[in-house]
Design a binder for this molecule. Structure first.
Ligand code: FES
Length: 107
């Protein structure tokens, strides 16, 4: 099962086995990872599931589509090149080793 590492606001690292087909957001919610609010439940309308993908992560992740890029304009924390909406990051085996950092705020 792919492992995704979440770096929390206080620096704690949480490594979670994520079943393929589950989004990074869903895995966070199911495992009580603090800092991902996901107010819309993954409908791509809230931007409160913002994460920074660690550039050193070995994982291969698909590029964001136009809808995600548009919504990323509305994130509460600084938007960076590595910003993604975690509800759109559906974990696949090639994403094993993905590391995401929780931003300082979501709303
Ligand atoms: S959970 Fe709302 S945009 Fe991702």
């Amino acid at each position: 099962m792919p492992i995704v590492t979440y770096i929390l606001r206080d620096g704690e690292r949480r490594e979670i086995d994520v079943p393929a087909g589950t989004s990074v957001m869903e895995a966070a919610i199911h495992n009580n990872v603090r800092g991902i609010d996901a107010e819309c439940g993954g409908c791509l309308s809230c931007a409160t599931c913002h994460v920074y993908v660690d550039a050193s992560s070995a994982a291969e992740i698909p590029s964001p589509d136009d809808s995600e890029l548009e919504l990323l304009d509305g994130v509460a924390a600084e938007r960076r090149p590595e910003s993604r909406l975690s509800c759109q990051l559906v974990v696949m085996p090639a994403m094993h080793g993905l590391v995401v950092q929780i931003p300082p705020k979501q709303g």
